[in-house]
Design a protein around this ligand. Structure first.
Ligand SMILES: NC(=O)c1ccc[n+]([C@@H]2O[C@H](COP(=O)([O-])OP(=O)(O)OC[C@H]3O[C@@H](n4cnc5c(N)ncnc54)[C@H](O)[C@@H]3O)[C@@H](O)[C@H]2O)c1
Length: 252
């Protein structure tokens, strides 16, 4: 059990990767506080049915007040916070296009959730993390940011900012023994990736696999090991890094 006695807050845990992280971390002994704008009841039910420990909270990470309520809820439920996984983001439903044609309201929403939201959850959780004697913040970035994915500049810019914030916060929080790392996956075959690629999904899957050293598509279970490692004491001396989980598409 790599996460025994650790309390983990995960945003965007109602479905997709966030739910997978929640279930995998609980299976490693963590108490999981699963949060989302949508209900996390199914995530919590799956964890408790498997014998794990979980509770859920509602959060809109674009609201500081809501982020504070999330942090307070986690402490009320489990007494402390050791790990924060910043997974919630706008991705699947985004409308792509050449950068000059992107919708301005969508641009603002992406910056508000994907960048400001991460800043706000970190602000809300940092004092409990300090009180716990240190911990781990894991920010979900994307291969899109380092590759420079075309036709989604709002998303690309937001995930590049996540990498920058990871580095800046790692330097500010090292003195508190709080490690801050980013994980940058390539396209995972989730519901939101189907929404993102739409009818081009099958073609995209082939193109993506061919561009990697390991020529298959990334599956959800390929990511959970990296998340557990970064949350655990096995990565106690690792901070400020961006971990590419992309089958060898990009070497940092
Ligand atoms: N799926 C991929 O291929 C892929 C690749 C690289 C990075 N990522 C990143 O991984 C993360 C999860 O991706 P996913 O595929 O599971 O996406 P998803 O859309 O299935 O899940 C995102 C979750 O975040 C929640 N959310 C959105 N806005 C929120 C807000 N304001 N406050 C709280 N919760 C909010 C959604 O309700 C949803 O449950 C995202 O950060 C995404 O950018 C995904």
């Amino acid at each position: 059990m790599q996460l025994q006695d650790k309390v983990v807050v995960i945003t965007g845990a109602a479905r997709g990767l966030g739910r997978a992280y929640a279930e995998a971390m609980a299976a490693e002994g963590a108490s999981v506080y699963a949060c989302d704008v949508n209900s996390c009841d199914e995530t919590v039910a799956a964890i408790t049915a498997a014998g794990g420990s979980a509770a859920s909270g509602s959060v809109d990470i674009s609201s500081m007040e809501s982020c504070q309520a999330m942090a307070d809820g986690a402490v009320a439920a489990f007494g402390r916070i050791d790990v924060l996984v910043n997974n919630a983001a706008l991705y699947g439903g985004l409308k792509g296009g050449r950068f000059e044609s992107l919708d301005e309201d969508q641009w603002d929403a992406v910056m508000n959730v994907n960048i400001k939201g991460v800043w706000q959850t970190c602000k809300a959780c940092v004092n409990p993390l300090r009180k716990a004697g240190g911990g781990s913040i894991i920010n979900i970035a994307s291969l899109a940011a380092v590759f420079g994915m075309p036709y989604g500049l709002d998303y690309v810019a937001s995930k590049a900012a996540v990498i920058g914030m990871t580095r800046g916060m790692a330097r500010e929080l090292g003195g508190d023994s709080i490690r801050v790392n980013a994980v940058a996956p390539s396209a995972v075959m989730t519901e939101s990736t189907s929404e993102f690629f739409g009818e081009k999904m099958d073609k995209a899957k082939v193109v993506i696999a061919k561009g990697q050293v390991l020529q298959r598509n990334l599956e959800t279970h390929d990511l959970t090991g990296t998340i557990i490692y970064l949350a655990s004491d096995n990565s106690a001396f690792v901070t400020g890094q961006t971990h590419m989980v992309d089958g060898g598409s990009w070497f940092l």
